[in-house]
Ligand binder design. Structure first.
Ligand code: CAO
Length: 281
C-alpha cells in the first residue's frame, strides 16, 4: 500500500522547531505565533476540510505531479449548447459546458486506458478500470468534496445534467454518503464558472489523472496560409477569427503517465470538444 503521509509521522515530533528532517525526511514548517505581530482570530476547519486536507496532502506527497496545459476551441459546442438552452429548461435542467466535457472525457479515456488506471499495491502493474465513473469536484461552504457520477458513458447529457445538479445540491446540503464519494476512474475540477486562466489540480490518488477547467476566453485564430510560407503580396488573404477557447489543465502521476501520453490525451480531448459531432460517434 501507499506509505503513510509524512506529516502524520512528523506531527508533534520534538525536532519540529529545529527544521531537522524527521519521519520520511520532510522538514516540518516551524510554528511562528502570528499573534506576536498583530491581532489574530481563530476560524475552525470544517469537518470536510479536516478530511480532505490530509487526503490532498497524501496525494501531493506520494504522486510525482506534472500538469499539461492545453486549449480547446469550443465555439461550435457553445453554439450547440446555446441553441438547446430552452429545451433544457423545459426539461428542468441546466446545460453546463461541464456536461459536454464529461462526455468528451469518456471518449478520450476509452482511447487512452492508462489515464483511467490505478497503480497496483506492488507497483508492478496497472489496474485499468473498464468503467467510466467520474469524480466531479464540488465547491461547498464547508470545503471541497468530490462526489462520483457513475456510468457517464451510458447516460445522455440531459440525464447527466439532472444528476450533476442533484449531486451538487446534496453535496452542498451535506447529504452525500460514503458511496457517493468513492469509485471514480478519473476526476474533473471545473473552476471555469468562477474564473482563472489555468491551475494545477492535485491528482485524486489512487487515480492517476485529473482535469482542471478554467474560464473560457475569446482568442484570435488565424485563418489563412502559414506565416512561414513565401507568398506574393495580395495572394495571401487571411484573417483572424474570434474563437471561444476553454483552458484545460491535466495533472497526472508521472510514474504512470508520461508527457507524450498526457499531451496526446489533451490534444484528443480538445479535438472532440472542438467538433461536437464527435460526441455522437
Ligand atoms: N468558462 C466560462 N463559463 C463557465 C465555464 C467555463 N469553463 N463553466 C461553467 N461556466 C458558466 C456556466 O455556463 C454558468 O453560466 P450561466 O449561469 O450563465 O449559464 C456558470 O458558469 C455557472 O455554472 P454552473 O453553476 O452550472 O457550474 P458548472 O456546471 O460549471 O459546475 C460544479 C458545477 C458543481 C462543478 C460547480 O458548481 C463547482 O462547484 N465548481 C467548483 C469546483 C471546485 O471547487 N474545484 C476544486 C478545485 S481545487 O480546490
Amino acid at each position: 500500500p501507499i506509505p503513510t503521509a509524512a506529516p502524520d509521522v512528523a506531527a508533534g515530533a520534538p525536532a519540529a522547531t529545529s527544521g531537522a528532517a524527521v519521519g520520511m525526511g520532510i522538514p516540518p514548517v516551524p510554528f511562528v505565533d502570528p499573534a506576536r505581530f498583530g491581532p489574530v482570530h481563530e476560524q475552525p476547519l470544517s469537518r470536510i476540510q479536516k478530511v480532505s486536507g490530509p487526503a490532498l496532502h497524501r496525494s501531493w506527497l506520494n504522486v510525482p505531479h506534472v500538469t499539461q496545459h492545453d486549449e480547446a476551441d469550443i465555439t461550435e459546442l457553445e453554439r450547440f449548447r446555446r441553441d438547446r438552452k430552452d429545451l433544457a429548461s423545459a426539461k428542468g435542467v441546466k446545460l453546463s459546458p461541464l456536461l459536454f466535457v464529461m462526455k468528451a472525457v469518456v471518449i478520450a479515456l476509452r482511447e487512452h486506458p492508462t489515464l483511467r488506471s490505478t497503480l497496483s499495491p506492488e507497483r508492478d502493474r496497472l489496474l485499468v478500470k473498464d468503467y467510466f465513473h467520474l469524480g466531479i469536484a464540488v465547491d461547498t461552504d464547508q470545503g471541497l468534496v468530490v462526489p462520483v457520477v457513475r456510468d457517464v458513458d451510458r447516460k445522455g447529457v440531459f440525464e447527466l445534467a439532472a444528476e450533476l445538479q442533484s449531486t451538487a445540491e446534496r453535496a452542498r446540503n451535506r447529504k452525500l454518503t460514503p458511496d457517493d464519494l468513492t469509485g471514480a476512474c478519473f476526476t474533473i475540477s471545473s473552476l471555469g464558472g468562477i474564473g482563472g486562466t489555468a491551475f494545477s489540480p492535485i491528482v485524486n490518488a489512487p487515480e492517476v489523472a485529473i482535469l482542471g477547467l478554467s474560464k473560457t476566453q475569446v482568442k484570435p485564430a488565424w485563418r489563412g496560409p502559414s506565416p512561414v510560407d513565401d507568398v506574393s503580396e495580395g495572394s495571401a488573404a487571411g484573417h483572424f477569427e474570434p474563437r471561444l477557447v476553454l483552458p484545460l489543465s491535466l495533472s497526472y502521476d508521472h510514474r504512470v503517465v508520461d508527457g507524450a501520453l498526457a499531451v496526446r490525451f489533451t490534444t484528443r480531448l480538445a479535438a472532440i470538444l472542438s467538433d461536437p459531432m464527435q460526441l455522437l460517434l
